[in-house]
Design a protein. Structure first.
Length: 375
């Protein structure tokens, strides 16, 4: 599914760090562009987030921040020619994907430079539609396809951060796209727009992707649905519980999605994920047959336990709550103990105020603010 575990988000280049020295990196190729967006199943579980992980291969060469208008103009002026020969991206193409990446980061931070939201969303919708149309009408090699898909993913993410109804409708239309990477990023984008009341209407179009032929799409579909559906939504619970999950990674994410919805139907797997010993037996590269078996580090296991605790604490299941209590008392990591205690405190407070149905329902939805390192 993927080659390596992604670097922590706090090691990634940020658009505001203009004085930072760019790291020594290999030449940007179309193949690397195609790998910018990876969803290792174990990482999805560990972060419990409906999000792609963006691996940055170097800082932007731009000396000063460009305005949103300038970034949009750079993207719109690109003809779509992406590579030189068979490997290295053209300078123009590299500028375009960097502009799209910077735009997504800028919008993530809520920086719009005073530009009106609706026209920006319409421009992005046109760009995405044009790129998808060109992709289906043009016979390109794998390198061109990979780099084009990566650029489109940035554009879809940027659109989702504008949080408009038109953007939501356009993104829902991508759920039937023939490319699985586009279907997957569309699911994430819809989850990003969950604050829109209209997002609930997209659930009927999302349910079929629980049986998508590609495992990564199924995994993100389950988590996206659990993010948007109200906690306790029986239709969402039944559809996720019935999804095909013959592999361990999908089973873990299915249990996570069910727990978010307040269902204990994934209890056995949830109990496994609340055990440090269980994670010690898993590989950080289990999906890559060529990379061999590499046990998860203590930090990686701690991150998973920290992410799981608040979601597990939202369940009305005595055994699951007992497992969270065990973490709070006896896990060797102070970070894990603190996280478990906080989850239990939140549960107790919610129970006393009669709002326990919301505990854990939106826990762990972000990857841009990782827990401090060190077990």
């Amino acid at each position: 599914m993927t080659e390596t575990s992604p670097a922590p988000a706090d090691n990634q280049a940020k658009s505001d760090d203009r004085d930072a020295i760019a790291p020594q990196v290999p030449p940007m190729t179309a193949t690397l562009m195609g790998r910018l967006f990876v969803v290792p199943a174990l990482v999805v579980v560990s972060l419990l987030a409906v999000a792609v992980v963006v691996i940055l291969f170097g800082a932007s060469p731009i000396d000063k921040p460009r305005s949103v208008a300038e970034l949009m103009n750079v993207i719109e002026s690109d003809s779509g020619d992406r590579s030189l020969g068979n490997t290295v991206l053209s300078p123009k193409s590299k500028q375009t994907w960097q502009a799209a990446q910077e735009l997504a980061i800028r919008f993530e931070k809520g920086h719009f430079d005073g530009e009106p939201i609706a026209p920006m969303a319409d421009r992005l919708i046109r760009l995405i539609k044009d790129r998808r149309a060109n992709a289906s009408n043009t016979a390109g090699d794998d390198e061109d396809h990979a780099s084009g898909i990566a650029l489109q993913q940035f554009l879809i993410l940027a659109l989702s951060k504008l949080n408009t109804v038109n953007g939501l409708e356009a993104t829902v239309g991508l759920l039937s796209d023939p490319d699985p990477q586009i279907r997957r990023i569309a699911l994430q984008a819809i989850a990003n727009m969950r604050s829109l009341p209209e997002s609930v209407d997209s659930l009927t179009k999302m349910y079929p992707l629980l049986e998508d032929p590609v495992a990564e799409v199924r995994i993100v579909a389950a988590l996206a649905i659990a993010t948007i559906a109200p906690k306790g939504d029986q239709t969402a619970i039944d559809r996720i519980a019935a999804m095909t999950a013959t592999d361990r990674d999908t089973q873990m994410n299915r249990a996570t999605a069910l727990a978010r919805l307040g269902s204990s139907r994934g209890r056995n797997m949830m109990l496994n994920m609340l055990s440090r010993e269980y994670w010690k037996n898993l590989s950080s590269t289990a999906d890559d047959a060529n990379s061999g078996w590499h046990p998860l580090s203590d930090d990686e296991i701690s991150d998973r336990l920290i992410a799981i605790a608040p979601i597990a604490a939202g369940l009305n299941d005595a055994k699951v709550i007992e497992a969270v209590e065990t973490l709070s008392k006896s896990d060797p990591s102070p970070r894990v103990r603190d996280a478990a205690l906080a989850a239990l405190s939140q549960r107790s407070a919610a129970t006393s105020t009669g709002t326990q149905g919301n505990v854990g329902s939106h826990a762990g939805l972000r990857v841009d603010e990782p827990a401090a390192r060190g077990a």
